[in-house]
Ligand binder design. Structure first.
Ligand code: DC
Length: 221
């Protein structure tokens, strides 16, 4: 059976995951958040003190990553443990960005990502989905927003929580991760030639969801 594959790439904090999740729900597709897989490996590297390329490369065959879709919602398992609730901290974000530059880590996840896409109608979000993982996707979208807008959205999300970082700190963090993700040697973040650019800097959440849903429906009609 030919499955429908939609690729959504873009920088950190552009809203890829929440938007992909809403669009997938509307269309009855599965949303695959590939960042969560890199985050789970980042968590493993923190827990086991193997953030250096050489160390993580040696251990990669021990790192078992599995995705399960429970009620349509993705949960990520690291060596059998559901770690979905432990992978969203700034520390894990940085570790994920770091380990994602390691070729053995990317190779480890590539086959799993391709397999999921070959078995399901999916919206897969990440950094290299349109360029490397699904070069023949039915539709590719590059979703972005200015670094300032992304930092301000993240700040509004976090400001009620204890220990919320200052806006400037969040902005610095976003710029640092953008740099790391765009300048690594392997599968760097970049817009695929045939991707549709969606700049959400001046758009609300629902507007972006409607716009992307319309792009997909138009493509599939
Ligand atoms: O989308 P995210 O912020 O949850 O991703 C966490 C990190 O994982 C991000 O800094 C870059 C990396 N990543 C990647 O290299 N390739 C992907 N397809 C998805 C994420």
């Amino acid at each position: 059976m030919k499955t429908i594959n939609i690729a959504i790439d873009g920088p950190s904090g552009a809203g890829k995951s929440s938007i992909s999740k809403a669009v997938a729900k509307d269309l009855g597709f599965i949303h695959v958040d590939t960042g969560a897989m890199y985050r789970a490996i980042g968590l493993y590297a923190i827990r086991n003190g193997c953030l250096e390329e050489e160390q993580i490369t040696k251990q990669i065959s021990e790192i078992e990553i599995e995705l399960k879709f429970i009620g349509g919602v993705q949960r990520v398992f690291l060596c059998g443990e559901d770690v979905s609730d432990y992978i969203r901290s700034p520390e894990v974000s940085m570790a994920a960005s770091r380990v994602s530059a390691v070729p053995a880590v990317r190779k480890h996840l590539l086959d799993l990502q391709k397999k999921i896409a070959s078995e399901n109608n999916i919206i897969m979000d990440g950094r290299d989905i349109g360029t490397v993982v699904l070069p023949h996707a039915d539709l590719k979208i590059f979703l972005t927003a200015s670094a300032e807008e992304r930092a301000s959205r993240r700040y509004l999300e976090l400001r009620e929580k204890p220990g919320c970082p200052e806006y400037e700190e969040i902005l610095e963090d976003i710029k640092k991760r953008d740099y790391q993700d765009m300048h690594r040697d392997i599968a760097p973040l970049c817009q695929a030639e045939d991707a549709v650019l969606v700049d959400s800097s001046a758009m609300g959440f629902h507007e972006v969801v409607e716009h992307i849903t319309a792009l997909i429906k138009e493509k599939l009609d």
